[in-house]
Design a protein around this ligand. Structure first.
Ligand code: BGC
Length: 762
């Protein structure tokens, strides 16, 4: 149906029918209008599998949904740094949705991992907005290529579970634009998700579900979003305000209560019926886009998707430590697999994204199927969160007999879930004790981790290797065995910093907040942006990941030494596989404003481009990146827009935020002048930094400072020793121009005002 036809359809609807269309029929369906043959469509969680509920519906994953395939969660897939793979995973999900007649898959979830404590971090990609944006955009493209919608969520600033349905995320404009919006912005501009899901929380006091700035000014007018906005489940506080703000669909059903409120508000003249019409048009547009392209005959080959889930998981695993190249393990050796997660892996998180898997494969099963000489001992009990002495003793005995011991550890389900936050960053004490005991019994101890967010590793110095597998989906065991035994060379890189301890995290003092809200006081300094600026040690830095081979980076070339902010810059680099195995490098490019202190305090560096490159031993490749204005700009609150401050920028390339062997400099010149608003309180330094200010006030201010210095000197010798000329100059830098009246210089107030006017009018 085209726009005209949809408008005609809306014109035929009664006010009651229109208001009805703006909320769900039940938990998962939009409302049909039988009189006009408008069908109901079904939406479903998401995002790393299908959680289509057949029977009693709920949104917390308690009731069973259909048997489906659970792919790795976003915390894992982000570590792949591989948008192409992500797009393919999206295609597979889209096909499954077509098969199941699902119009929209509720994801991806792109909230920034502000603190390791957020219970839902496992569902989120990264602490970095650019990486999050690229990965989410790819997933959306993949799913939507099958004519199934997505619902990028949770818009916006839903970075904690604590009090998530009422808390206000209080954050400054620049931080919102630079950290919390870009993933949504990129996805909307580059992939047009069919729908956006607004978050539960308030933003600076206003609920996301009734926030016109968020849902209309930014999302639609600035970014050009064309789909419909739905509420998170139960996120509506004032439905009428929501309609006016641009919240099209309330989910789930409101039992007719809010539909009636919409009707009454229109009848009472408190709500423009045109706003209701517009919501209907947007919803119908997506309903028909799906219905007209529905392909229920699409096959859903779950076995093939299970294999794909294993391939994806293997691409995501991050090798954090590999002392003495203990990994990969030899297929000939006897290896002790220890820990309940080896048999029953934790591969997904709790809550609305919980998939009812048609099959799961743990590492023990996968290893046995390949005939590997693997023993298994339980080591700890996930349920009871303890490690009885006999379990540890059994594990230690197995470790002693084996060539190497692999402890499968991590966070139990109860430790991280939707709905509440973690209270600390530790693994269960039982597991920490087990790892220490095993490492003592066998010096070749490897730890395989299952978690959605960083954990403290008190035993890091005692084990030889650590493989971070995040929450790797239902086939995680297959992937773990492939990586452990070298069928796959690990190529994942950390999508977040691992702090040494929780207290190091920049949000630590403010996270969670009080009953009213949480203040994002660390501002733009989230994750590595903070650790780099503070020159702090971390356990593992953002972007970090080892391989069974080695890579060398060389020959960084820029297309220009100087550009204007309207130009693009190409950076080219050579990456070579210098080891003996085929492997994949993740080439990362970071940009840093080398002198950006005048208008904005900036991070040392920010990820602005990356590429995953497969290389045979000895092979080298050139990789080119194109950087536009946004790579250099910050959000300027004077013009409420992206702005580049003229100056030098560093371009650094390497394989993590902490290992960037190549560096070049480019000068970027701004083409946008900031509006000037010099007044009597403007200080000398700022006036002189402006060319026109220099022209108009320069000679006068220079004379004044000279007079001021000689006056000081004439006071006494002691005074002139105490305050040198440089000190005088430095102090005068901060003097407001109004000081010229009291401190001499021969200018009258009116003259100064006139001079200021001349600078400002330019
Ligand atoms: C979650 C959403 C989810 C929805 C439907 C909410 O509790 O926050 O992410 O899509 O439920 O299950």
């Amino acid at each position: 149906m085209d726009k005209k036809e949809i408008q005609n359809l809306v014109a035929q609807m009664t006010l009651e029918e229109k208001a009805g269309l703006l909320s769900g029929l039940d938990f998962w369906h939009t409302k049909p209008v039988e009189r006009l043959d408008i069908p109901a469509t079904m939406v479903s969680d998401g995002p790393h599998g299908l959680r289509k509920q057949d029977q009693e519906a709920d949104h917390l994953g308690i009731n069973d949904s259909i048997k489906a395939v659970c792919f790795p969660a976003a915390s894992a897939t982000a570590a792949s740094f591989d948008p192409e793979m992500m797009e393919k995973m999206g295609e597979a999900l889209g096909e499954a949705c077509q098969h199941e007649n699902l119009s929209v898959l509720l994801g991806p979830a792109v909230n920034i991992k502000r603190s390791p404590l957020c219970g839902r971090n496992f569902e989120y990609f990264s602490e970095d907005p650019y990486l999050t944006g690229v990965m989410a955009t790819a997933l959306i493209r993949g799913i939507q290529s099958k004519n199934v919608g997505t619902s990028i969520k949770h818009f916006a600033l839903n970075n904690q579970e604590h009090r998530r349905m009422s808390s206000s995320s209080d954050c400054d404009e620049r931080t919102i634009r630079e950290i919390y919006f870009p993933a949504f912005e990129m996805a909307v501009k580059e992939a047009q998700p069919w729908t956006v899901m607004c978050s539960y929380n308030r933003i600076n006091g206003v609920y996301a579900s009734e926030n016109p700035w968020l849902l209309t000014d930014v999302l639609r007018k600035e970014w050009g979003f064309e789909g419909y906005v739905m509420s998170d489940w139960g996120a509506v506080s004032d439905r009428v305000a929501g309609v006016a703000a641009g919240l099209d669909l309330e989910m789930p059903a409101s039992g007719g209560v809010n539909d009636r409120k919409i009707v009454e508000a229109v009848q009472a003249g408190r709500l423009d019926e045109k706003a209701v019409d517009l919501c209907c048009e947007r919803i119908l547009n997506i309903i028909y886009r799906f219905v007209e392209n529905a392909k229920p005959e699409t096959p859903w080959d779950k076995e093939a998707q299970h294999r794909m889930a294993a391939d994806v998981a293997a691409e995501c695993m991050v090798l954090l430590k590999n002392e003495g190249d203990i990994l990969p393990l030899s297929r000939e050796d006897e290896i002790a697999f220890i820990g309940e997660f080896a048999e029953k892996p934790r591969f997904q998180g709790g809550g609305s994204s919980h998939i009812n898997c048609f099959r799961t494969t743990g590492a023990v099963e996968a290893a046995k199927a390949q005939g590997l000489k693997v023993t298994y001992s339980r080591g700890y009990s996930v349920e009871a969160d303890d490690a009885p002495a006999d379990m540890i003793a059994e594990a230690v005995a197995a470790a002693k007999k084996a060539k190497a011991a692999v402890v499968f550890a991590g966070l139990p389900d109860a430790y991280e879930s939707e709905g509440y936050d973690r209270t600390h960053m530790r693994m269960p004490e039982s597991q920490n004790r087990l790892i220490e005991a095993v490492a003592e019994a066998n010096s070749n101890t490897v730890v395989v981790l299952h978690n959605g967010s960083p954990v403290e590793m008190p035993w890091i110095g005692k084990v030889k290797a650590v493989l971070e597998t995040y929450l790797g989906g239902q086939a995680v065991g297959l992937a773990q065995v492939r990586v452990l035994f070298g069928d796959v060379n690990p190529s994942g890189h950390l999508p977040e910093s691992f702090p040494i301890k929780l207290e190091d995290n920049p949000s630590y003092l403010f996270y969670g907040g009080d009953p009213q809200g949480t203040e994002y006081r660390e501002g733009i300094f989230v994750g590595y942006r903070y650790y780099d600026k503070k020159k702090m040690e971390v356990l593992f830095p953002f972007g970090y990941g080892l391989s069974y081979t080695t890579f060398a980076y060389s020959n960084l070339r820029l297309s220009a030494d100087a550009i204007r902010d309207t130009d693009t810059l190409t950076a080219t680099v050579t990456v070579k596989n210098t080891g003996k195995r085929a492997g994949k490098a993740v080439v990362q490019l970071y940009v840093g404003d080398m002198e950006g202190f005048v208008n904005a305090i900036r991070p040392v560096r920010e990820l602005k481009a990356f590429r995953k490159v497969a290389l045979e031993p000895g092979e080298s490749r050139e990789v080119s990146f194109t950087l536009g204005k946004r790579a250099f700009a910050h959000w300027n609150t004077r013009i409420h827009d992206w702005w580049v401050e003229t100056g030098d920028f560093s371009i650094e390339v390497g394989d993590s935020s902490a290992c960037l062997p190549l560096k070049a400099t480019v000068k970027v010149e701004s083409t946008v002048a900031l509006p000037k608003n010099f007044d009597m309180n403007s200080i000398y330094m700022d006036i002189l930094a402006d060319p026109r200010g220099q022209e108009i006030f320069g000679s006068f201010i220079r004379k004044m400072t000279a007079d001021f210095s000689s006056e000081q000197e004439s006071v006494s010798e002691a005074a002139s020793e105490a305050v040198t000329e440089e000190m005088n100059m430095a102090m005068l830098n901060y003097m407001p121009i109004r000081g010229a009246i009291s401190f001499g210089g021969g200018l009258q107030e009116e003259q100064i005002r006139e001079m200021l006017r001349k600078i400002n009018e330019e």
